[in-house]
Design a binder for this molecule. Structure first.
Ligand SMILES: *Cc1c(COP(=O)(O)O)cnc(C)c1O
Length: 387
């Protein structure tokens, strides 16, 4: 059984709720649909979309998110690992799936068997694929080119020979070729250099009559803001979930955040001045106040770096996190908010009343990026889905 299913209960109208623990992540699948359609609108009909659903769909739930995207006719799904790809297939997802990472030879047979597309960028992996396809199976691959990311990928200057050799192979279908930007949105000069190196390689292949159907490079930032990099397929992740990769982006594309992180007050006590709160005594009360305890901590993905920095929403108002965030519990000062009671809903990411706490903002407070903030929401947090 899916771990998430043991932590949630389905109510009659198909909505789920957390079973025991009053801490949950609410995922609005309509927002995913909205964001996907916004991406489609931005790139137009002729450009295919590979939605990136790695890392449990950035914490949103790979299976559920992929189900929605598949229904909307997404052209491709991108994952990081063989596990993630196999899980989708086992749940009945039939859309094409590309593993964006480089896998070990031992993973090749399962991937081929399940019709999963592999990223190919080394001789070792090529040998392993050839061994598998010797039995008559066909493998589908996308070749990864390194134009300046310095991660996996064949250096662009060396790629032509690698591909020429491969193009002879009848059992390996080169369906795609791609590269990845290291500084899209931050360094236009370098991003242009990367796309030029990639385009040059594509032109060389063309000269040798090597036609590869799919060529792709654009992550979220480039999808929206670097038209030339769209080629015939884009690979957005973050914007599918409704988060902005740059603060200038709301002008370019309208998105709806899909994930809210919520909990409930489980304990409140009157606290006189001079009391220290949590490990290390980093907060000392100054006046008579009320300190509420929330059943969420860094083991749930609520970063310890948010200690004494973040705010949450209670009764439509902001309350500050006081003292260190601990593994399982976090304290907030609610002295200024009238009538706070045990069981009150608390929003850590998302909307309450007219106010909103965005994942991008929380990430900045924790000294990181929204990608990390949402993808670190742990397995201990049940996901509930708004259909
Ligand atoms: C994660 C990833 C993406 C998606 O990046 P976003 O910035 O979330 O759009 C695209 N391509 C590759 C290779 C990735 O690893």
């Amino acid at each position: 059984m899916n771990l998430n299913d043991t932590m949630t209960v389905k109510t009659r109208n198909g909505v789920s709720r957390p079973r025991y623990r009053p801490t949950w992540a609410e995922v609005d699948l309509k927002a995913i649909e909205y964001n996907y359609k916004q991406v489609r609108r931005v790139v137009g009909k002729l450009t295919k979309v590979m939605a990136v659903v790695k890392a449990n769909a950035y914490g949103h739930g790979t299976v559920e998110v992929s189900g929605v995207l598949e229904r909307l006719g997404v052209d491709y799904l991108g994952v990081a690992t063989t596990d993630e790809a196999v899980r989708l297939r086992d749940y009945g997802v039939r859309a094409p799936i590309l593993i964006l990472g480089s896998v070990l030879p031992s993973e090749v047979s399962s991937a081929i068997e399940k019709g999963i597309t592999l990223t190919l960028c080394s001789d070792d992996l090529l040998d392993a694929i050839r061994r598998e396809t010797a039995a008559g199976l066909r493998a589908k691959v996308h070749i990864k080119i390194d134009t300046g990311m310095g991660r996996i990928g064949i250096w662009h200057e060396e790629a032509l020979n690698f591909i020429k050799n491969l193009a002879q192979d009848n059992f390996i279908e080169i369906e795609g070729i791609y590269t990845h930007f290291s500084s899209a949105g931050r360094d236009d000069f370098f991003t242009n250099y990367q796309i030029e190196a990639f385009e040059k390689l594509l032109a060389q292949l063309d000269g040798f009559d090597i036609r590869i159907p799919l060529a792709h490079a654009a992550n979220s930032i480039a999808t929206v803001n670097f038209k030339r990099s769209r080629l015939n397929l884009v690979r957005p992740g973050l914007i599918i979930y409704g988060m902005y990769p740059k603060h200038t982006f709301p002008k370019l594309i309208k998105l709806k955040p899909a994930l809210s992180l919520k909990t409930r007050v489980v304990y409140i006590k009157d606290t006189p001045p001079g009391r220290s709160i949590s490990y290390g005594r980093t907060h000392i009360t100054e006046i008579d106040t009320k300190i509420a305890t929330l059943p969420i901590g860094y083991a749930d993905g609520y970063a310890r770096n948010l200690s004494n920095k973040a705010e949450v929403l209670v009764r439509g108002r902001r309350a500050r996190v006081v003292g260190r965030v601990t593994m399982d519990q976090t304290m907030i000062d609610v002295g200024h908010i009238k009538g706070v009671e045990i069981g009150d809903e608390v929003v850590l990411i998302g909307r309450q009343g007219r106010d909103e706490i965005r994942a991008e903002k929380l990430a900045r407070l924790a000294g990181t990026i929204a990608y990390e903030t949402v993808s670190l929401i742990s397995n201990r947090v049940p996901r509930v889905y708004k259909p």
